[in-house]
Design a protein around this ligand. Structure first.
Ligand code: CAO
Length: 443
């Protein structure tokens, strides 16, 4: 292993500066570009990074020492190839930023502030001046002290200063976010229960990316509803062994009936929607296949003898699921009218808790928007959900020829603990039959 002297690089116009902070000690394993010491002139403080990775063998400076370009900071046992010196982060000294190497890639070894005391290693190209400093915190000593006093892990704070430098404001904002529960420290995350993050599930941590490095960004906190529904969706996606069956229903006649009904009822102000027919059709299928209208309770399955159907509504505040109660007892016109009212209330943020609870099955319709199929997430403790996409004219073989038919894509997601694949296929097929000939609802 090569022993390497790490020296103070070009620090600009300063003759001598005082060492005010030692950030490593003998025996520490350090990474290339890790900050080693902080020095301070009468104008600014700056950190001196290591040009090389390795293990600290000897510290050649102590607090209060005066150093200048070329002073040996420490001796390292290098763990890899040795590079020429890292630049001092310019952001460390806003008032008097030290000069940095402007074209370090082809810098000859003789320019290096690192001298190799063994013949084993050769200088490699210097680091990219714009490159991140391996996630190590860049902050002034006073900000470091401030973070230490608050117990804030500085390496987890995103610096918004030049070159990612962390300011006192950044530390304060991080602290506020942690207190408000909007973010977690790594230590908190490691203790979080299953579902809170992946740690308890043995998953690797969520990637922490400084997106601003790749282009302009804008950060917006999520609204309350999005946060709540996000937590529910995560739990449901993780805890339910869910399977989705896709199918098509021929709604050619049903759509013609819907359109003519709406023409006849033009003056009533109530628009009959395809979703209302779907709710009614689902009730018929749920009655025929009661396990789809159940919930799991420990080792028991609870079958419900009521049919309350939730429907996903897209609102400016996020996804909400109003519920049509006793859909089995209501006609298409009443369901259409209630749906319109509930969807409006949802968009206006005026839904009461009673209007969002108690569903036994949910329909999520993207039919007004588009798409072919998707895999909706079950709204626990329900055990199934129907996703509906936009109907399109398709060529369908009638035994003699292809004929144009209006086909509605259906995606049924179901909980495999309660429902078997065959039952799901039957449910979808039956739903298709009803939508194909709505008179079956009466049977
Ligand atoms: N195929 C083709 N067209 C359809 C259709 C379908 N399956 N479903 C609806 N349409 C048409 C309607 O007929 C209507 O057309 P006209 O204006 O010409 O009459 C148009 O699409 C708009 O319908 P709509 O969306 O206003 O009404 P709706 O009853 O279909 O849906 C509601 C109401 C509240 C469900 C809907 O507004 C909504 O919020 N959808 C999004 C739900 C969602 O986000 N789901 C995803 C959850 S998973 O993240």
């Amino acid at each position: 292993m090569a022993l390497v002297e790490v020296k103070v690089p070009d620090i600009g116009d300063f003759d001598e500066v005082a060492v005010i902070e030692l950030m490593v000690k003998v025996g520490d394993t350090i990474k290339a570009e890790q900050s080693l010491i902080t020095v301070e002139s009468d104008k600014a403080a700056m950190e001196i990074p290591s040009s090389t990775a390795g293990v600290v063998k000897e510290l050649r400076v102590k607090l209060g020492d005066k150093v200048k370009q070329g002073s040996v900071v420490l001796v390292l046992e290098a763990s890899g190839a040795v590079s020429v010196p890292a630049e001092v982060p310019a952001a460390a000294a806003p008032a008097a930023a030290p000069a940095v190497q402007s074209a370090p890639v082809a810098a000859p070894a003789t320019d290096a502030a690192v001298s190799v005391t063994s013949s084993m290693v050769a200088a490699t190209p210097a680091h990219n001046p714009g490159a991140p400093t391996l996630g190590l915190p860049h902050a002034s000593p006073s900000v470091r002290k401030f973070a230490r006093e608050l117990g804030v892990p500085l390496e987890e704070v995103k610096g918004n200063g030049p070159k990612g430098r962390i300011s006192q404001d950044d530390v304060q904002a991080f602290t506020k976010d942690v207190m408000a529960g909007a973010t977690q420290t790594k230590a908190q995350a490691a203790k979080a229960p299953a579902g809170g993050d992946g740690a308890a599930l043995g998953l690797i941590p969520w990637p922490k990316v400084d997106f601003a490095k790749f282009g302009p960004i804008e950060r917006k906190e999520m609204g309350r509803i999005k946060k709540i529904s996000g937590a529910n969706l995560l739990r449901n996606a993780i805890m339910i062994p869910a399977v989705t069956n896709h199918d098509d229903a021929d709604i050619t006649e049903l759509e013609a009936f819907r359109v003519s009904t709406n023409k006849e009822n033009e003056k009533s102000g109530v628009k009959v929607t395809m979703l209302a027919f779907l709710i009614k059709a689902c009730v018929a299928a749920l009655k025929k296949y009661p396990e789809f209208n159940s919930s799991l309770d420990g080792d028991a399955i609870v079958y419900k003898n009521y049919w309350h159907i939730g429907f996903a509504a897209d609102t400016p505040n996020g996804l909400m699921v109003p519920v049509i109660r006793d859909a089995d007892k209501k006609g298409i016109l009443q369901i259409s009218q209630e749906m319109g009212e509930l969807a409006k209330k949802a968009r206006d943020g005026k839904l009461g808790p009673a209007e969002m609870t108690g569903a036994t099955f949910t329909i999520s319709s993207l039919g007004g928007i588009g798409g072919k199929y998707f895999t909706p997430i079950i709204n626990a403790p329900e055990v199934a959900i129907l996703g509906v996409c936009k109907s399109t004219q398709e060529p369908v073989w009638d035994g003699k020829q292809f004929v144009p038919r209006l086909m509605l894509p259906l995606s049924l997601t179901w909980d495999h603990r309660v429902i078997d694949g065959a039952a799901a296929a039957r449910f979808n097929a039956y739903l298709g039959q009803i939508l194909g000939d709505f008179r079956r609802v009466l049977l």
